[in-house]
Design a protein around this ligand. Structure first.
Ligand code: SAM
Length: 430
């Protein structure tokens, strides 16, 4: 994929993108192309409110101008669009219709049309001049452009697609941006309500351009928790299912944090509990399935404070004189693994719900071979999985009584090696 990303970068450079050029250089080039008057207008409209953003995008009259402007946002187009491509490329099949939402000068849309001649690709954007420039510029038989402001219903001629892609093709910055939501009641906050009401418009109209079951891949600036919840709820209300188990990180060159990459399916579902969204968000912000680790009294106190615990699996084992007990469960937005033994040690690992579920089911987490790599804790590994499937259980140390429904590996209190077991297991084979 690294080679393909370089190919994509070259593709964008041919369309006028400048990567890693100092701002002054880009400003200078823009001033020369736009002339003093339009350049001044561009500088004045370079604001953050929703209305100025919409006007702002209407300023650029050709592909090069537009891409010089986008180049001021570092490598945002390259990074976000490519991360969408990485996610969706394996699903692109001959005969599919793809819509790129907020396509700007068609960099991603044209890249997909070139690499996947069997797909028909339509780039849509509300910027009249840019869409006109794209229609005049590109000459690929499977690529078209349509003007659509998707705050409004879709144009009649735009046929529903199998796949929709959106790299930041929306207005995120709304006036109440800075109000702080109450963490205990995010869905009642003003930031949440404003963002949700705004986002519902997009998702509703996008849904009308999606076939039943179509996939929507989006990279959005919704890293703030209240926004994250608001956009996911808005999608759900508009008939999309958010696949939080398929979240990914869109790494952005020169930005401190990645952007969330989200997959939605065009089919109805019920509203997600806030806990499920916290779980997805926590996984996104932590970049791992291990959110936190507490030891000793802190672990005990926190474990006792976890309410509504749902126990998924337990394991007790003796090693000479020491008895140890592990419990895997879920409590609200977090999964947990609580360990305590007869020499007063307690440990609490706060993990994603997905991780806890996978530990309990004895299934490895895709894309992560060692989700919790902590001395004495849990790892998924091919060996353990296979052993679990075959019903063969192994440990580096002899002895032990095992019960529960999970697999464990690592070193704990002198018990080393992989231990896999299921509810029916009571014997350990070394
Ligand atoms: C931040 S730029 C991203 C452009 C491009 N996807 C990229 O990654 O460089 C936002 C794009 O979304 C488009 N856009 C924003 N709101 C829109 C709307 N309501 N309808 C259609 N296009 C919209 C803008 O014109 C602009 O092209």
């Amino acid at each position: 994929m690294e080679n393909i990303k370089s190919e994509f970068a070259r593709h964008l450079a041919r369309l006028g993108f400048e990567f890693n050029a100092p701002r002054e250089v880009i400003f200078d080039k823009l001033r020369k192309r736009m002339g003093e008057q339009r350049f001044k207008e561009f500088q004045t409209r370079h604001g953050h409110s929703a209305s100025s953003q919409e006007e702002f995008y209407g300023l650029f009259q050709d592909i090069i101008e537009g891409n010089l402007m986008r180049s001021m946002d570092n490598c945002a187009t390259l990074d976000a669009s490519f991360s969408l491509y990485q996610q969706c490329a394996g699903r692109l099949e001959t005969g599919m219709r793809v819509i790129e939402l907020g396509c700007w000068t068609g960099g991603l849309a044209s890249f997909i049309a070139t690499r996947h001649p069997g797909c028909s690709v339509v780039g849509v954007d509300f910027s009249h001049d840019v869409i006109k420039a794209c229609s005049d510029f590109y000459r690929l038989p499977n690529l078209a452009f349509d003007r659509w402001n998707y705050r409004w219903p879709k144009p009649e001629n735009l046929q529903a697609a199998d796949m929709l892609l959106c790299a930041m093709g929306v207005v995120h910055h709304l006036p109440v941006n800075s109000s702080l939501p109450d963490p205990r009641a995010v869905r009642r906050s003003r930031e949440y309500t404003t963002q949700r009401d705004h986002a519902i418009g997009y998702f509703t109209h996008w849904r009308s351009a999606a076939k039943e079951g179509a996939l929507l891949y989006a990279v959005l600036r919704i890293g703030l928790f209240s926004r994250f919840v608001a956009w996911i709820d808005a999608a759900q209300e508009a008939g999309w299912t958010a696949r939080l188990d398929r979240l990914w990180h869109a790494d952005m060159t020169g930005e401190k944090s990645p952007l969330p990459g989200l997959l939605f399916e065009a089919q109805r579902c019920g509203q997600l509990p806030e806990e499920a969204i916290i779980d997805g968000w926590a996984w996104f912000t932590r970049r791992s399935h291990l959110y936190g680790r507490l030891e000793g009294a802190a672990a005990l106190t926190a474990f006792r404070a976890l309410t509504d615990k749902k126990i998924l699996a337990t394991r007790d084992y003796h090693n000479q004189t020491i008895m140890t007990c592990d419990e895997v469960g879920m409590a609200g937005g977090a999964g947990y693994v609580f360990t305590h033994d007869a020499v007063y040690s307690f440990r609490l690992l706060l993990v994603s719900n997905r991780q806890a579920d996978d530990l309990a089911a004895g299934v490895s987490v895709k894309g992560s071979s060692t989700p919790i790599d902590d001395e004495g804790s849990f790892q998924s590994s091919a060996t353990v999985l296979q052993a679990a499937k075959r019903g063969v259980f192994s440990t580096g140390a002899a002895g032990g009584t095992i019960s529960g429904g999970a697999f464990f590996s690592g070193t704990a209190n002198g018990l080393t090696g992989n231990v896999a077991f299921n509810t029916s297991a009571s014997k350990v084979a070394s």
